[in-house]
Design a protein around this ligand. Structure first.
Ligand code: HEM
Length: 414
């Protein structure tokens, strides 16, 4: 029998607080209990639902009729609400408008366009990593993992090299915050304004001097208006919104993936040995297993717009539901009894929830894998050993993102 009445998280006897630091340190025991005891979970105090099992998360990603992106997809109070599209662009829109913009933007993310970036990504990787090798001891996040993805986003958007350091700094300020703060820190607000201003100027420049980049293509593009059916152009705000989305969606996620891979490799020396033995072949599997085992995007949020039956409950319209991606990726029903084991080489790509699914499937998935594969290959080919000072590693405390803010490492160069 389905019910519309709900049981609070505490009544389940299973407290799940996505803002708790303890949960961020290691969310997996909680996920495991949620899947076993309350796969459709309701938190009365915070008024949210959560789906923990692979099948439900998978169904929810595809359930665009009942579950909407229009209030944003994060728990962050400053990015969740009717204005979410201002910072999250078409990620915070539903079809048909979402699909119209996505179709345009997708042209910049075809496998051919992304593969064309291979040479640049390799050169950028080499440039940043050789500085790390010179040091021998360094912070893997600040000195390497955080540099590459933002450079690649800038490359895609056609940002001149001279401006990239400044933009990287703004993006750090924008992203470096603690979830649970009800207000954006002042520095993040200013960073957002700066990014907005910079990208507006870039658009003005591209209007006068169109190039081959994605921004020029978006300026030139025409889409059918929802209401009139006539051709319209994207507004300035829509293009800037897309550029900010690139920073939010494409930068931190990939940074965290690189550092998570190194960390879990180091924690599992037998697995890392497989990579050292044959980097060209095994690095892509290393990336895949890291995406599964400890994905940088842990939780994606939806707003229920039509009563939605999940498990024994009907989640009422108006409520918020969390898709626990990190939990789905550890579901024993799909990944086997050893789903909690980090094992490079398991065949899991088809079932991964790491990049979402369906209408909003990550547009940068191929690019993120390419960046990680190039970056990690460069790392293992140039060193004989790596050591991590785990006591000094600092985790980001965020509901949606999982990974390190600092990861002190020491490498032995080949
Ligand atoms: C969407 C994860 C890298 C651009 C998504 C979604 C997830 C995700 C889970 C779906 C969100 C939803 O359904 O609400 C990741 C992870 C990454 C990564 C784990 C790296 C490890 C990138 C990169 C880019 C990018 C490198 C581009 C430079 C996007 C965009 C969307 C998206 C534009 C919105 C797609 C849409 O709404 O149609 N990503 N992402 N992502 N991602 Fe990624």
């Amino acid at each position: 029998m389905t019910e519309t009445t709900t049981v609070s998280g505490m009544e389940h006897g299973l407290p799940f607080d996505p803002y708790a630091y303890g949960f961020h340190e290691d969310p997996y025991p909680t996920y495991s209990r949620l899947r076993a005891e309350a796969p459709v979970y309701y938190h009365g105090g915070m008024n949210f639902w959560a789906l923990a099992g692979h099948a439900d998360v998978r169904a929810a990603f595809r359930d665009t009729q009942r579950l909407s992106n229009s209030w944003g997809v994060s728990m962050d109070p400053s990015a969740y609400g009717p204005d979410a599209h201002k910072s999250m662009s078409f990620l915070a829109m539903d079809d048909p408008k979402h699909m119209r913009i996505r179709k345009l933007v997708s042209k910049g993310f075809t496998p051919r366009r992304v593969n064309e970036l291979t040479g640049r990504i390799t050169a950028l990787t080499h440039q940043h990593w050789s500085r790390c090798l010179d040091k021998g001891e360094f912070d893997f996040v600040h000195d390497f993992a955080a540099l590459l993805p933002m450079d690649v986003v800038s490359e895609l958007l056609g940002v001149p090299e001279a401006d990239r350091t400044r933009l990287r700094h703004q993006s750090d300020l924008l992203l470096h915050r603690e979830d649970g703060d009800l207000d954006l820190p002042e520095a993040a607000v200013y960073a957002y304004i700066e990014l907005h201003k910079y990208y507006s100027e870039l658009i003005a420049d591209r209007r006068k001097n169109p190039g081959e980049d994605l921004v020029s293509a978006l300026i030139a593009a025409e889409i059918d208006d929802d209401e009139t059916g006539e051709k319209t152009k994207l507004t300035e705000d829509e293009i800037v919104g897309f550029m900010v989305l690139m920073v939010v969606a494409g930068n931190e996620t990939t940074t965290k993936l690189l550092a998570n891979a190194l960390y879990w490799g180091w924690r599992n020396p037998d697995e890392l040995a497989k990579v050292f033995a044959d980097p060209e072949v095994v690095v892509p599997d290393w990336t895949e297993e890291t995406l599964r085992y400890d994905n940088s995007t842990q939780i994606v949020v939806r707003r229920v717009i039509e009563d939605a039956p999940y498990g024994d409950f009907v989640i009422p319209a108006g409520d918020r539901v969390l898709l626990l991606v990190g939990s789905a990726n550890r579901d024993v029903e799909v990944f086997g009894a050893d789903a909690d084991r980090y094992e490079i080489g398991r065949d899991c790509s088809q079932a991964l929830m790491s990049f979402g699914l369906g209408a909003h499937f990550c547009l940068g998935a191929h690019l993120a894998r390419l960046e990680a594969n190039i970056g990690l290959t460069e790392v293992v080919k140039s060193i004989r050993a790596v050591d991590i000072d785990a006591d000094k590693a600092v985790r980001v405390h965020s509901v949606n993102v999982r990974g390190f803010a600092e990861l002190p490492v020491k490498v032995t160069v080949r």
